[in-house]
Design a protein around this ligand. Structure first.
Ligand SMILES: *Cc1c(COP(=O)(O)O)cnc(C)c1O
Length: 400
């Protein structure tokens, strides 16, 4: 079998419009978002306006990272030190990290075989934990039944904050991911849907919440220089009671994000073509289970996951090694020790240990792969063929 030669960590190069936008900012020397000449609107403020419009949210704050957006969202929403925050038992490390940095205690909720939060376990824990917050992580771009999530949040008085690092541009029944609760948190880190190296965007329709978030981000009382912020009188009420937790976005990052945002929908279409090419290549492989994508979910296929139910520890590492030998980088979430981006709740030792047998069971057979836009459709077909080949080898080994 011919090995695949592409790189799973290589995103597309940024084009000349992005380079020109960066050069324009560099020529001014005004990289700090509040450093303006008379009449100027900063690139950071422009990005806030443009993203609020894209998202269909009243307000937007550009900040330092997706994890940072989540931490200040919790804080602006009124999280008190030591309070519980419900969140997915399977998510990326910045999510429990953001909860801890805001002084909260993650209350981990089981996930289903579809990799989304288990709504029965959520209901149970909403009842028994007394938590007031739900930091819902749309991990790897998978949306739970958002109608049920919002019903549940309403029934239990939970304040919903969505982690949309992998669902920027996604929707459930026509409503954009990030618009279901108090706030949506987005990342512009290199491996997400817009690439500024690092960066975060926080959206909300709630004026006092957003005023607090802007103050928290370190606005030095320059809140009137924001692009999609509530009116000044909202800030008047809270401006002296909100600590400065510096985490602003700079004009260089904002400038390189703006042209990318213009083309986001096109990028999403290209991701989904690639996703479907891999999905098609894996459909029907014996013993391999793909997520069934609900009709209500408009997703962004920037990565793909599948399960090989029943695969045991050494067989899973063997499978990853076989794929690696053929040039395909898979991540496996069942390993005891985290590597790269694969940490699980067992390795978040600052969080009180919690028993999540269902999540552990799902993770023990879950594999994950990025789909950068540098891959062609032909590449995606080849990758799927390699995975199918390696998976069949495991099935044959088990049968013999
Ligand atoms: C990337 C990511 C984040 C935030 O990442 P930052 O590196 O802090 O921008 C949050 N949640 C999930 C699920 C992610 O994948």
């Amino acid at each position: 079998m011919k090995p695949f030669a592409g790189s799973f960590t290589q995103q597309e190069a940024l084009d000349e419009t992005v380079i020109a936008a960066a050069a324009d900012v560099l020529r001014t020397g005004r990289l700090h978002r509040y450093n303006l000449v008379k009449g100027e609107v900063s690139q950071a403020a422009r990005l806030e306006q443009a993203f609020a419009a894209y998202q269909g949210a009243r307000y937007c704050l550009a900040c330092a990272s997706g994890g940072y957006a989540l931490a200040i969202a919790l804080r602006a929403a009124g999280l008190e030190h030591g309070e519980g925050v419900l969140t997915n038992g399977f998510t990326l490390a910045p999510v429990p990290g953001a909860i801890a940095s805001a002084g909260g205690k993650p209350v981990l909720v089981e996930i289903t075989e579809d990799m989304v939060i288990d709504l029965d376990d959520l209901e149970r824990k909403a009842r028994t934990s007394g938590a007031r917050f739900l930091a819902l992580s749309n991990m790897r771009g998978h949306l739970a039944d958002m109608d049920r999530v919002t019903d549940l949040a309403r029934a239990h008085g939970l304040i919903l904050i969505e982690d949309c690092a992998h669902t920027m541009g996604a929707a459930w029944n026509g409503t954009r991911s990030g618009n279901f609760g108090l706030a949506g948190c987005f990342s512009t880190q290199t491996y997400k849907h817009l690439n500024a190296g690092e960066g975060g965007l926080l959206t909300s329709d709630d004026p006092e919440f957003m005023a607090r978030a802007i103050m928290l981000s370190g606005s030095y009382m320059f809140y009137e220089r924001h692009g999609a912020a509530p009116p000044a009188e909202v800030f008047e009420r809270i401006r002296l009671e909100t600590p400065n937790m510096s985490g602003r976005m700079d004009n260089l990052r904002a400038a390189i994000l703006l042209p990318q945002l213009d083309r986001l929908d096109d990028a999403i279409a290209r991701w989904n073509e690639r996703y479907r090419a891999v999905e098609q290549g894996l459909a029907g492989v014996e013993g391999l289970v793909l997520r069934h994508r609900p009709a209500a979910e408009a997703y962004v296929g920037s990565s793909i996951q599948f399960r090989l139910p029943g695969i045991a520890g050494h067989a899973a590492t063997g499978f990853v090694e076989d794929a690696k030998a053929l040039g395909v980088d898979l991540k496996w979430f069942g390993a005891d020790d985290p590597a790269g981006f694969t940490s699980t709740h067992h390795s978040w030792r600052y969080v009180a240990a919690q028993s999540l047998p269902q999540t552990d069971h799902v993770l023990s057979s879950l594999f994950d792969m990025r789909l950068p836009l540098t891959f062609s459709i032909e590449d995606c077909r080849q990758i799927a063929a390699i995975i199918a080949h390696c998976a069949s080898k495991r099935v044959l080994a088990r049968a013999s």
